[in-house]
Ligand binder design. Structure first.
Ligand code: GDP
Length: 459
């Protein structure tokens, strides 16, 4: 998609569904012209920036009233995109919002593409690339903890860290280049010292790379499947895990959540539980597609909750299920503890095969809190995850950081091997470029497009 800041763009910025308020957002040079065309303020006064106005929205073509609304105009560059922005707060129904949008689009305005508002914010220097990505993470965050990590990135914590390494490398390159250019006057470079500095940067990058696993979990949720033979209490466990959140969060119509998955909040860590109950003999084509998808998603699961009915003897079917998770991340749930523990907790240790095992009663919701703690500690330990105060890298950052690391490693080797400083400088420059890709300082259109295509229209 070509960027043309002559264009004025608009989109509905709130999610579909019957909201009390819905927002239509407009960005570009025609934004104030739109106000003139479609808005009749209660009190006629000149349009000022960053002030709220109340009045009627009307369709300019037919001069028909559309809705009563509030409206705010934000003059460039003091706006999200850095351009003139108009936000119209009208009633949230689909039909109202669509009519308002149509009226806006009749004023030399075109429909925004996916993520185009945030893309403009990036291209106008309002956000760097990691911050734009943080906007998406924040909007998509399923738990407060995930939102906290996104906020940290939006604040610029990740970019600051990357920029610090980058600036230090740029300093090092200029030191080396001065030494090369003025070989006669300058005593040359202290290769050992240069190598030390490079190795230190590699260490910092390694620390950042370690957060990528946690980054994946807190951004996308940990893909989880509850397995166990029939009637051990899988559905009951799912309900018990979901129970607490249902009280606060009711699922909203129009949200994009897939029917085959539910997100469970494990002390702030989102577990995306794929509903394997949906995996049965399909009755029709629609069901077949659903079952295929559920199977595929279950196959890609990264974490397993293995449910065993602990009031009964562990049998071959249980063992077969446990064999499926050998060498994988799993917690064994010893359910129905209210009925008495057939094997005694110790008896399950050998069956659990090294996985943590935890007794609960899903039916009476006994031990659910503790099970959540157990899952959290286990997953966190496996992912060396989510330390407070540290921004988490995503897959794109990881790729760039790995490229930078590779270049730095080469530079470090060149130091050890006593190669010419030119070689060292070339590799350091490669590392600088790779780091610049993280923040978007140096970045191709292709990368920009890939990042913003993940957004939806209106962001
Ligand atoms: P699934 O087939 O594995 O999904 O098992 P369900 O969750 O449907 O449970 C099967 C039966 O076990 C139901 O009658 C549940 O009420 C019962 N059940 C589930 N968990 C417990 C529990 O902790 N204690 C007792 N006593 N019964 C349970």
């Amino acid at each position: 998609m070509l960027y043309n800041n002559e264009d004025t763009i608009a989109a509905i910025a709130t999610p579909p569904g019957d909201g009390g308020i819905g927002i239509v957002r407009v960005s570009g040079p025609e934004a104030s012209f739109v106000v003139d065309k479609i808005f009749q303020a209660d009190k006629k006064k000149p349009l000022k920036s960053h002030q709220m106005y109340h009045g009627w929205l009307k369709d300019p073509a037919q001069n028909r009233l559309l809705d009563k609304a509030n409206l705010c105009f934000m003059k460039a560059p003091r706006s999200y995109t850095g351009e003139d922005i108009l936000e119209i707060f009208c009633h949230g129904g689909r039909a109202v919002l669509e009519r308002v949008l149509e009226a806006v689009l009749s004023c030399k305005v075109r429909l925004a593409e996916k993520g185009e508002f945030s893309k403009r914010a990036f291209l106008n220097g309002k956000l760097d690339l990691t911050q734009a990505e943080a906007v998406l993470d924040l909007v998509k965050a399923e738990t407060k903890k995930s939102a906290g990590f996104a906020l940290m990135q939006l604040e610029g914590k990740l970019s600051q860290k990357v920029n610090k390494i980058r600036n230090e490398l740029i300093g090092l390159i200029s030191e080396i280049e001065v030494a090369i250019d003025f070989e006669e006057e300058v005593k040359g470079i202290n290769v050992l010292k240069v190598k030390d500095k490079i190795d230190n940067e590699i260490k910092i990058i390694d620390e950042m790379l370690k957060t990528s696993e946690a980054g994946k979990i807190f951004r996308n949720g940990l893909a989880t499947v509850i397995i166990g033979k029939p009637n051990v209490g899988k559905s009951s466990l799912m309900n018990a895990l979901l129970d607490e959140e249902r009280v606060i969060v009711t699922s909203m119509p129009g949200t994009t959540r897939d029917a085959i998955e539910e997100v469970v909040n494990i002390n702030g860590m989102p577990l995306k539980i794929i509903d394997t109950a949906g995996i049965r003999e399909p009755k029709d084509e629609a069901e077949r597609v659903g079952v295929e998808r559920a199977k595929k998603e279950a196959g890609a699961a990264e974490f397993f909750l293995v449910v065993i009915d602990s009031s009964n003897k562990v049998d071959d079917l249980d063992r077969q299920v446990l064999r499926e998770v050998e060498g994988k991340k799993a917690v064994v749930v010893l359910n129905k503890k209210d009925l008495g523990n057939y094997n005694g907790e110790d008896g399950y240790a050998s069956v659990a095969n090294g996985h943590p095992a935890f007794p609960i009663s899903a039916k009476y919701k006994d031990g659910i809190r503790e099970l959540k703690d157990c899952i959290y500690t286990y997953v966190e330990g496996q992912a060396s995850s989510g330390k407070e105060g540290q921004a988490l890298v995503n897959m794109r950052h990881k790729e760039c950081l790995m490229k930078a690391r590779e270049a730095l490693y080469k530079a470090s080797m060149s130091c050890s091997e006593g190669l010419s400083p030119d070689f060292i400088a070339i590799d350091l420059k490669d590392a600088v470029v790779a780091l610049g890709e993280v923040t978007g300082e140096i970045v191709s259109d292709e990368i920009i497009n890939t990042v913003f295509e993940q957004f939806c229209v209106g962001k």
